[in-house]
Structure formats: C-alpha cells, structure tokens
Design a protein around this ligand. Sequence first.
Ligand SMILES: [Zn+2]
Length: 231
Amino acid sequence: MLTDLTWPDAGAAAGAILAVAVGATEQHGPHLPLSTDTDVAVALCARLAAARADVLVAPAIPYGASGEHAGFPGTLSIGQAALELLVVELCRSATDTFARILLVNWHGGNIEPLRRATELLRTESRDVRLYLPRFEGDPHAGRSETALQLALAPERVRGDRAAAGDTRPLAELLPLLRSGGVRAVSANGVLGDPAGATAAEGAALLEHLSADLLDRTRLWWPENSPERTGT
Ligand SMILES: [Zn+2]
C-alpha cells in the first residue's frame, strides 16, 4: 500500500506500477452495500499487488459518475466532468513519482470519462493505462456482483432482501437508462437477478478477473523489464 510508505520509501519505489482502484458510491439494490463497485476494484488491485512484486496500491477513488442511480438514497455521484478532471490531475501528480499508472475501474458510468482522461494523459507522454474488466454477467447488483460481494465480505450482504430487478438484456435497457436512469426501469435498483449467487461463484469470477488483469499488465509492462520512462 502506497499510504504505508514514507516519502523516501516512495521515492525508492518509483519503478513500481501504481494501481488506482476507481469505484463508485451508489445504490446496489436493497441487499448490497453502496461501496460494492469500490470494493471489487480494490480487491482486484490487491490481488494484482499480491501477484506482482512491482505493484503498489494507491488509495481508491470511491466516487464516480453515477448519475443514472440518482433518486436512490445514498448514491453520491461527482459526475463525468469532475471524475475526468480528478483522474487527470491525480495522474499528473502521480507521474511525478511513478512512471507507470494503472487505473482499475469497476463502474460502467466511469468508462467514458476515464477513457477521455487516459487519452489526454497519454498525449502528455504519461504511461497511464486503463483496465476495464470484461465478463459475462448481469449488469448491476444482480447475480455477478452479489456473488463477488459474497466472496469478499459475506457479512455485508443482506441476503434476505435480495430480489430480482429488471432482467432484460443491457442492450435493450440502455436507451431507457440513458433517458430515465435506473429508477425508470427498476424499482429496487437491481438490473438482473441475484438469485443463485454463491461465494464460490464470486471467488471463481474474482480469480478469472485477477488472472485477466495480471495478463493484461504483463502485456503492457513485462516484469523484470528495464524501467519504463513513460514515453
Ligand atoms: Zn456495481
């Protein structure tokens, strides 16, 4: 963890990849905590750091662009423009110390601003990469995220309140989500169905995602390679 270091330690670790989890504080149905997106992104960063000695984990960004979840109490959204600026300035500062920055995102609404921020940072010759997990699963607070949270922190899942939301495919829901947000399609905030989710399924999904993240970073930044300078 970066925050455990002193500044001379951080200076000595400048060759590390700095991993920054990007999450959200937003409703995840009546059964999952508001921190779910941040929790998953943090877990992926921690697993990467456990697998690669040259990865340091920064404090997570717990706020994202969650406008589509407005109207559900507890959702705290900073919007796309603020997230983009936050990430640009954070990475400009981080690249004063670290040549390689990895953003690990787990919230769909963050993707566009993160892509824009990453593109700008790369035109500034900063070696900033964005990891967007790909997996088959329901979009929001359904079986996949319930399984992941059961694997990470089962005591934080209110299983007795888990209920299906709108189970139509995301492609069909997207136009409705764009115009009216999640409120317009799902009264309980769930897109998908948490039924049948298990901790074992969540652990397997975490394993799959962690392996994919590790592969991806090896492609970008081979281990034991000469230190990159961000060009
Ligand atoms: Zn989520």
